[in-house]
Design a protein around this ligand. Structure first.
Ligand SMILES: NC(=O)c1ccc[n+]([C@@H]2O[C@H](COP(=O)([O-])OP(=O)(O)OC[C@H]3O[C@@H](n4cnc5c(N)ncnc54)[C@H](OP(=O)(O)O)[C@@H]3O)[C@@H](O)[C@H]2O)c1
Length: 335
């Protein structure tokens, strides 16, 4: 089979290369999947650059956490899927339900990665895709989709009618969060560095738009003009956290997710004045992935795919996702 590989010591996505590898076989309790589509997450750049939690890649490994495809064989004892099922991987292979539990994470350089023609996963890390989605759309869900779902619905005040959700930038997590929040009946405030992208964000249903470049004090602007955010999908990191705190409505909640920008971390005392809170998010569980897929089917949600590349064009896909023209999810497909 063909697979993309990150070499030992990989220090950038441009170093990944195509390789011919032996076809994997499923052992007991394992599922053999033929992925048909994949999506790129910001985290995949960090892994390929050797800057993810585990440090540089110590042995050649297959990249990407997110893929969707067809079950083509199952090992002895597998009882949750059958050959022919359409499935996705779960970002965390061992976090089934309940409180946060990290463990093995797809595509981190140690656990299996998805960017190959065949992948073996333990059955508990295999989830049936939403029936209404194509493989390309389903491939957007394991990391970005589940993270957005966790941020919006698993906190102390789940998003619903009367919520006012702030999403930062027009990347994958934020655009899926926008769609989920709208489907739940919330008002959505969205930011971007680009007025052209804000038009696309508006077309996805955002109620209020702010260009965070031309409105550098966007946090206060949102509190003053739109009544503040009851939830913030905080993908910016230390470079945006102060503004997100400024944007909070009383008792608002920040879902702490991303590391897109650097800056001086804010002093948390402002949260005391407003009763605000910050909740850390690390993608989510298999249960959240299943519940998200149910919601996607019920609400007819289609994740926004900004660009699609072929399997041979993986490096170009990474480059696009990294570049200024990316919007929503960047996808790789086999077809
Ligand atoms: N904790 C977790 O479980 C988890 C899970 C998924 C992702 N993440 C993290 O969340 C972040 C987003 O991930 P992603 O995959 O959605 O990224 P992505 O799709 O690559 O998002 C890129 C977009 O982020 C926006 N952006 C960049 N700098 C920004 C800033 N200073 N303020 C506001 N927006 C900014 C830009 O939007 P515009 O071009 O519109 O300005 C850019 O197009 C990353 O840091 C990622 O590592 C964490």
């Amino acid at each position: 089979m063909r697979a993309w590989l990150m070499p030992e010591g990989c220090d950038g996505f441009d170093k990944i290369h195509l390789a011919d590898l032996p076809d994997p076989e499923p052992g007991p309790g394992e599922v053999l999947i033929a992925p048909r589509a994949w999506s790129i997450n910001y985290r995949d750049f960090a892994v390929a650059a050797g800057k993810y939690f585990g440090g540089p890649i110590t042995e050649p490994s297959i990249p990407l956490s997110d893929g969707a495809g067809e079950v083509i064989a199952v090992g002895r004892g597998v009882n949750n899927v059958v050959v022919g099922d359409k499935v996705q991987g779960s970002f965390f292979l061992d976090w089934m339900d309940g409180p946060q539990a990290m463990g093995r994470a797809l595509g981190d350089g140690k656990a299996p990665g998805m960017l190959a023609e065949k992948v073996v996963l333990p059955q508990q890390g295999v989830v049936k895709i939403a029936q209404s989605l194509s493989y390309a759309e389903a491939a957007c869900m394991p990391c970005a989709g589940v993270t957005a779902y966790n941020a919006l619905f698993m906190g102390g005040r789940p998003v619903g009618k009367g919520s006012r959700v702030l999403v930062l930038g027009s990347g994958g997590v934020s655009m899926i969060a926008l769609q989920l929040a709208k489907a739940a009946g919330a008002e959505v405030i969205a930011t971007s560095s680009s007025d052209a992208k804000l038009e696309r964000v508006k077309a996805l249903g955002a109620d209020h738009l702010v260009n965070y470049k031309s409105t550098p004090e966007w946090g206060k602007h949102i509190a003053k003009n739109f009544g503040g955010a009851t939830q913030v999908v905080e993908v910016g990191g230390t470079g945006t956290l102060q503004q997100s705190i400024n944007a909070l409505a009383p008792e608002g909640e920040i879902a702490l997710i991303g590391v897109l920008s650097d800056g001086e971390p804010p002093h948390p005392r402002q949260l005391m004045m407003t009763g605000g809170s910050i909740r850390g998010i690390f993608v989510g569980s298999v249960r959240m992935a299943k519940d998200l897929n149910t919601m996607v089917d019920e609400q007819a949600i289609k994740p926004p795919i900004g660009a699609t590349f072929g399997f041979d064009e993986a490096i170009a896909a990474y480059a696009h996702a990294w570049g200024p023209d990316s919007f929503g999810k960047t996808v790789i497909t086999l077809d």
